[in-house]
Design a protein around this ligand. Structure first.
Ligand SMILES: *Cc1c(COP(=O)(O)O)cnc(C)c1O
Length: 378
């Protein structure tokens, strides 16, 4: 089966894990620190904070920025549910914003402006599928409205511009992302003060950690703020250090495969739209396509599966998930809903070859060519 995404793990990661076991120290220590340094350098930042997941990263950022009850945070609905959940974790309200269009399925600036109220405190941008939002435009908007600007950069690690948009950015190293530590995440915060608060809140709000207390032989610590246990451990950091070395080459492969997809789809499946364009700055996390209105998407999914090709949908809109629909039943986002109905995500990962891409597009063309009327299927 050709999967939508697949982690690349091998001998280097095994050796790195074995070295941690042999060292006798498995919880947050030197490797986590080194991982943070290397990750920060890759994104032109002075520092980063490694955590247990991107969800934890988003929660820590909003917590440290002091967002809470009575506040509203603008978020896209075309994202993973964790983006909105983090807003609820701090007691604030996520306000869902529509996407620009099917061709540019990123949060619409005009819609965001229209949904701004006196309670709006922050906006969380999602670089959907790895395609970067317009940095200058969102910075100008945030400045003019006095809003905090946060990036959910789960789809876009490895691009130097990512993590430089606003106050802080959250990254994911879950197994299906551009690089993985199995579970894991990181934060880049631009101000030193914010970075310090986040670092402390990551580990119970404590003023020192186990490793530091061992090193300075002082058993005492204080707790100065409300914190959590959102730490990364040495095993994950060791895998992460190996993956970070490979990430730039993997992102290059993703870019080449994406370009090949675009060429072939244009040639063989002209009725299919590929969002964004080839020159859009991207970490190429996903290869989303928009299928023609007259085609029943499930038939395509079934036919591709018969040919050993997995496809998925990014995303079922968050505002339409039962939990959110019950909370905010009156949310209507026509562009997001239309996009989500017609979107299909094709396989894209660094383990693929150009021949795999040709196979997928040929299969897609064959599946589209066979008559799949919308009305005839009950
Ligand atoms: C994967 C993902 C997350 C959550 O990441 P975890 O590391 O699994 O917590 C958040 N936002 C987006 C856009 C994602 O794709």
């Amino acid at each position: 089966m050709l999967l939508v995404s697949e982690p690349v793990l091998g001998a280097d990661e095994k050796a790195a894990l074995a070295a941690v076991i042999d060292s006798g120290w498995v919880t947050m220590g030197d490797r986590v620190h080194e991982f943070e340094q290397v990750f920060a350098r890759m994104h032109d930042a002075d520092d980063s904070i490694a955590v247990g997941s991107c969800t934890a990263a988003l929660h820590l950022i909003l917590h440290a920025l002091g967002i809470g009850p009575g506040d509203e945070v603008l978020v896209p609905s075309l994202t993973f549910v964790a983006t909105a959940n983090a807003v609820l974790y701090v007691g604030a309200r996520p306000v869902f914003v529509d996407v620009e269009s099917a061709a540019v399925p990123l949060m619409s600036l005009d819609e965001a402006r229209a949904k701004c109220t006196s309670r709006t405190r922050a906006v969380i941008l999602v670089h959907f599928a790895g395609y970067l939002a317009d940095r200058d435009a969102w910075q100008a908007f945030a400045r003019s409205k006095g809003l905090l600007l946060v990036e959910d950069a789960a789809h876009a690690p490895g691009l130097p511009a990512v993590g430089t948009f606003g106050d802080a950015a959250a990254f994911s190293f879950y197994g299906n992302k551009n690089m993985t530590t199995a579970e894991g995440g990181a934060i880049i915060a631009r101000s030193r003060a914010l970075s310090d608060t986040i670092r402390r809140a990551r580990s119970h709000g404590m003023t020192s950690n186990t490793r530091q207390r061992l090193a300075c032989r002082r058993p005492d610590y204080d707790v100065t703020i409300l914190g959590f246990n959102y730490r990364m451990d040495e095993l994950r950091a060791a895998v992460g250090l190996v993956q970070l070395r490979k990430l730039p080459a993997w992102n290059d492969i993703r870019r080449h495969l994406s370009h090949r997809y675009r060429q072939l789809i244009l040639e063989l499946c002209p009725s299919v739209m590929v969002p964004f364009d080839a020159s859009w700055l991207s970490a190429h996390h996903l290869l989303p396509i928009v299928v023609p209105k007259a085609i029943r998407r499930q038939s395509l999914i079934d036919r591709l599966r018969e040919r050993g090709i997995q496809t998925t949908v990014h995303y079922p809109p968050v505002h339409r998930l039962t939990f959110y629909n019950d909370l905010y039943p009156d949310t209507a986002l026509p562009n997001t809903e239309e996009f989500a109905q017609r979107e299909l995500t094709l396989p894209l990962h660094p383990g693929m070859t150009p021949a795999d891409v040709e196979y997928v597009v040929n299969s897609l063309a064959a599946a589209l060519g066979a008559p799949v009327p919308t009305s005839a299927v009950a």
